[in-house]
Design a protein around this ligand. Structure first.
Ligand code: FES
Ligand SMILES: [Fe+2]
Length: 400
């Protein structure tokens, strides 16, 4: 059976089929608009409640795109809150590590202290700080909301949409993920010399599998009847989108992979009944959700990973991937998780190997456009949504 994903004519028509301007991947002017009109205004997924499961747990997220360090803490009441990680005294960074557990946040510069809810609680020699009103000098809050334990923040103090309407139909899909109790297992990332949208695009198409991943993926994600690894399905959720990866049921596992699949769970080849909420297909391997603007969540039976992209400028992006698993009940499950995590790391390393050359080629000015394959339809959708946000469609002359 030859295979091609279902895509409505209407969506094809809306998204068009022509080349797309490559300048949008390297123009500093375009990036400045992205920063101001997207990263400062939209809901950004920055983790999961499971990253800070207990009262007093905290994580720090650097939103370098906007020059913001963010402290996210679970209060004594169990509520997760986000704050600018900035002291009210002389604006030093209050928390310098990436994660931990605390009963109070004490600034290392002069010792001002804040409770888990952000209130200013301690000021050394307070009587000699004239004009201080403690009630007005707590940590500055950042708008935060959650969907199914996914934590979203918005740097706009008055977001145009609440989280539910921003996510639209994706809200229900995320809420249907059967991931309760899954915990972060491993996190890795780097600074990549490439535009953030190039990384996002790479993770929302499968056309590169046979080439970039020629030694690792083809027997798993391409095969009889699907030589290029076309996804099982594409779905569109307003400004967000997803694809469902096709898996080769005749895949012959490597020896270690076979052991991991046999005795553990996460390296298994088949989607287990009732595991997740997305569309079903006999070859369904995993679902990859691209949340506008900068997050991808890939979910498979007993494994989920999230990648966040934060551009520093038009040609550099800080990326981070965190892998989540259910708690292993046996040593075999743990080994299976380790295997799966290592495999994922290697695949992502292969992906990262292309970016430097991609950015250099785009930036050279040799070409003014790129051409998307039909299987890169999510990239085309992402380009259209981004253009809409930055106003490029209405201001074509200055950007294209
Ligand atoms: S800047 Fe934090 S205590 Fe001085
Ligand atoms: Fe890849």
């Amino acid at each position: 059976m030859s295979f091609s994903p279902i895509l409505s004519e209407k969506i094809q028509e809306q998204l068009g089929s022509g080349p797309v301007a490559s300048k949008r991947y390297w123009s500093e002017e375009y990036f400045v608009r992205e920063r101001e009109r997207i990263f400062r205004r939209t809901w950004l997924c920055v983790g999961r409640g499971a990253d800070l499961p207990n009262p007093g747990d905290y994580i720090v997220r650097e939103i370098e795109t906007c020059g913001v360090s963010m402290l996210i803490a679970r209060g004594r009441d169990g509520v997760v809150r986000a704050f600018y990680n900035v002291c009210s005294h002389r604006n030093f960074k209050v928390v310098l590590d990436e994660r931990g557990t605390a009963t109070r946040f004490t600034c290392k510069y002069h010792g001002w202290g804040y409770d888990l809810e952000g209130a200013l609680k301690a000021v050394p020699d307070e009587k000699n700080v004239p004009g201080l009103d403690r009630r007005r000098c707590g940590l500055t809050p950042i708008v935060l909301d959650t969907c199914a334990d996914f934590i979203f923040v918005n740097l706009d103090p008055k977001p145009a949409q609440n989280l539910e309407s921003y996510l639209g139909d994706l809200y229900g899909r995320l809420a249907a993920f059967d991931v309760a109790g899954w915990a972060p297992f491993f996190s890795f990332g780097a600074l990549a010399p490439v535009n953030w949208k190039c990384i996002a695009d790479n993770f929302q198409e499968t056309y590169h599998f046979n080439f970039t991943h020629r030694l690792s993926v083809p027997d798993r994600a391409t095969g009889p009847g699907n030589a290029i690894g076309s996804p099982v399905a594409f779905e569109f959720f307003g400004i967000h989108r997803s694809l469902s990866n096709w898996g080769n049921l005749q895949h012959e596992p490597a020896p270690v992979e076979g052991v991991a699949a046999e005795y553990g769970r996460v390296a298994g080849r088949k989607w287990r009944d009732g595991a997740q909420a997305g569309p079903r297909h006999p070859n369904l391997l995993s679902e990859a959700y691209s949340l506008f603007p900068n997050t991808q969540i890939v979910i498979a039976p007993s494994r989920m990973h999230m990648t966040n992209l934060f551009p520093l400028d038009a040609g550099r992006t800080r990326w981070r991937t965190t892998v989540y698993y259910p708690r292993a009940k046996t040593a075999a499950e743990r080994i299976s998780q380790e295997y799966s995590c290592t495999f994922l790391r290697d695949i992502i390393a292969e992906d990262m190997s292309v970016f430097e050359h991609l950015q250099q080629g785009m930036r050279s000015g040799a070409k003014d456009a790129i051409y998307f394959h039909r299987n890169e339809i999510l990239c085309r959708h992402f380009a259209a949504v981004t253009d809409e946000y930055v106003g490029a469609a209405a201001d074509a002359q200055s950007i294209r």
